[in-house]
Structures are given as C-alpha cells and as structure tokens.
Design a protein around this ligand. Structure first.
Ligand SMILES: [Fe+2]
Ligand SMILES: [Fe+2]
Length: 398
C-alpha cells in the first residue's frame, strides 16, 4: 500500500485500511528513516533483509534485529514474579473455557446435527456477501496463529527457550496461544458449515499466509512486542465486536454470540498486555516511550497483511476497504485506540525523560489530533472504491 509522507513527518494512508498501511514503498520511506532511536542506531549492524518468496506481497522491509540492549534483558528476568502474580491470572483454566463445540451443531446425534446445520445455513442465507468477506478476513487472521507464537518466541528476554520452559513469560505465551487457537477453529468450522464461502480458496489463503509470516518490525524487542500486542488485541476486540453487532442486525443471534465471545477473549488479553506495558512505563519510561513512538511511526499493521489467495495480488488492501466500508474496523477506531493508550499509560505526564524520550513523548501526544484530520478523507475514499471481486465468495463482487 502506497503512502504519502507529509512535511510533519507523519504518513497519511492513501487507502482506508483494516490495519493501516502495511507495506511502505521504499521510495517514500527509506528504512534509513526509521526513528533515530539509540536502539536503532545501535542495531544497524544487525539489519538483515528478508524476502518472502511464497507470496507476491513480499514485505521487503529491512529488518532490524535485537535492537534491545543486552542489559535490558535483566529487566524482563526481574519481572518474572510480577508476571506470575499479575499476568497469569488473566488466563482462564481450561475447564472454565468455552470450546468451539459449544457454539456449533452437536455431532453426537446425527438427526440433531443435520437439523442444526440446516438452521445455521438458513440463518447465514440472510447475511450479505460483504459481511462474509470480513468474517473470512477475521478468521484467516486468527488462523495464522503459528506465526504469532513464532513471533513471541523471537522476543529477547521472554522467549520460550525449550518449548516447555517453566518461566511465567513462557507459560503465558503457550497458554495465550492455546486460548487463541479456539478463535480460528470456531470461525473456520462455522464458515465451513455455512456454505457461503469457497473453503478451498480460504484454506489456500491460510496456507499462503502462514508460509509468508508477518512483517511487523518488532526488532526482537519485548518493549515493541508488548506495545504491538496491546494494540492488536484491542483492534481485534473492536473487529470481532463489530461483526457480532452486524450479525445481530441481520437476525443471526447465534453468529453474534460466536463473534461476541471471541471479542471478550480479546478484551481479556488486551488487559494483560496493557498491564505489561504500564509496568514497563513504570520501570523504564525512556525505552518504553521511544519504543511506542517507533511503533506508531511504523503503524500497527494487522499481522495478516501478507495474505494472498493465489488470485488477488492486492488482497489485503481490498479486504481493508471492505472492512472499513462496513465499519468493522476504521481509521477512527485506530485513532481511538491510540488516544486510549496515550491516556491509559499516562504518556502526557511522563517526567524525567532523556531528550530523545521527550521527543518521542511529544510525537505520540500529537498523533491522535493529526490522525483525526485524515479520517474524513479516508472515509470518502472507502466509499468511492469500485466493487471488488473476492475468490472467497466465488469471485463475486462486493
Ligand atoms: Fe484471537
Ligand atoms: Fe487476540
């Protein structure tokens, strides 16, 4: 997605986006224009270029690795008992968790199963195609979970070193993944039963996406990683919550319940990640505000932005347009999230920052106002976009 850079150094998205712009053209924003944090300067020698050959949506950002200074790892080690007491409590015991089967036709009796599938399909018939495109987008994003667990395990100082590591950080990563796994599973099974989408195309998209990975530029830094996941969980809470509202409006309360239940999990996860970042602001405000400004400059991109279905080279941007048009996740939601976190983490009242930290603080505090000025323009662009065919709904236009 092409982006413009204005004179303030802010970037304005050319199109409405589910995630806000994913891929920045190097001619407009050279990787060398990364915010000049001490971290990024330190890590120049660690820059490696990654090309994803499995998808036409190659990220091609220069990847900065291990930008967190090694001594900061101690901070995350020292936080372990706090994580045990304050973060693991946000996980639900498996026995108390919902499972996809709770919301799907009961397979125990074949008569009931057939009746329930019939009812499910009758309800789904009343829902328009563009809704299904968005629901598929949500499902595919959830189904790329292997990529997200991989990402977590690239974070210095918190990764699960063995796959069964007993540290609270590793326990969280595994149990969070296990909770998240139910989201894609439930939506996938629902969509399969609905008969409304071309499952083969959807499944191909998932395979392409997991093969491509994600290019969200966290630099192995848990500061950046937890900021990213705080935003991401809140964004998915909005997206699933809004698909629930739409389903209800179309008269499908059971589908609304499915989406709403997933949304409430996202909210619980958001609470945990937000608390971690709040703690980092308390322990190390300078590095945390610099990381926040850096992630804001890069923009919080949906982790599924490299999606491809074997047909549409611009699939993610097309999906973003529909998501925006339907009001499931908009530029205004994105700005609301920034504004919310600036308040939640008390960014304006941070004191005792280095000159670089102060600059980062100013940037972040000014950002919501700047983003608000772009909203109307982007809303207009979404309305003007022509109809787009999606292979997920057998090539029909939405
Ligand atoms: Fe999820
Ligand atoms: Fe989530």
């Amino acid at each position: 997605m092409a982006m413009k850079m204005n004179t303030n150094g802010f970037q304005s998205p050319k199109y409405p986006s589910f995630s806000l712009p994913a891929v920045v053209t190097t001619s407009l924003r050279s990787p060398k224009l990364f915010m000049a944090t001490s971290s990024s300067l330190r890590s120049r020698s660690n820059e490696v270029e990654t090309k994803v050959k499995n998808s036409p949506r190659s990220p091609c950002h220069v990847q900065i690795t291990h930008s967190m200074p090694p001594h900061k790892i101690e901070i995350f080690k020292a936080m372990e008992s706090w994580v045990e007491d304050n973060i693991l409590v946000h996980l639900k015991p498996v026995e108390n968790c919902w499972q996809p089967q709770d919301f799907l036709p009961d397979t125990a009796s074949s008569d009931e199963f057939h009746d329930q599938v019939k009812e499910l399909r009758e309800r789904a018939k009343e829902i328009p195609d563009d809704y299904f495109v968005v629901l598929v987008g949500n499902m595919i994003t959830e189904e790329a979970l292997p990529t997200y667990q991989t990402s977590f395990n690239t974070f210095d100082g918190i990764r699960d070193e063995t796959g069964v590591s007993p540290t609270p950080w590793a326990k969280w990563i595994r149990a969070w993944t296990a909770e998240e796994n139910r989201h894609g599973d439930l939506l996938n099974k629902y969509l399969y039963l609905s008969g409304r989408v071309d499952m083969r195309q959807v499944e191909k998209t998932i395979q392409y996406l997991i093969g491509s990975g994600t290019d969200v530029r966290i630099e192995n830094s848990p500061y950046r990683g937890f900021i990213y996941t705080s935003f991401q969980e809140r964004a998915t809470f909005f997206a699933h919550g809004n698909t629930a509202k739409h389903a209800k409006r179309h008269g499908d309360v059971k589908l609304a319940k499915i989406c709403g239940t997933i949304a409430s999990d996202e909210k619980r996860h958001e609470t945990a990640y937000t608390k971690i970042v709040e703690k980092l602001f308390e322990i190390d405000p300078d590095e945390t505000i610099i990381a926040l400004a850096d992630m804001m400059k890069k923009k919080i991109t949906m982790p599924s932005h490299l999606m491809y279905d074997g047909v549409d080279d611009n699939l993610f941007n097309h999906l973003s347009t529909i998501v925006h048009r339907l009001g499931v996740y908009t530029m205004s939601d994105y700005t609301d999230i920034i504004e919310y976190f600036v308040g939640r983490w008390k960014v304006e009242s941070l004191r005792g920052l280095s000159p670089q930290g102060q600059k980062a603080q100013e940037y972040v505090c000014r950002l919501p106002e700047h983003m608000r000025r772009l909203e109307e323009k982007i809303q207009d662009q979404a309305k003007k976009r022509p109809l787009i065919p999606f292979s997920w709904i057998y090539g029909r236009n939405v």
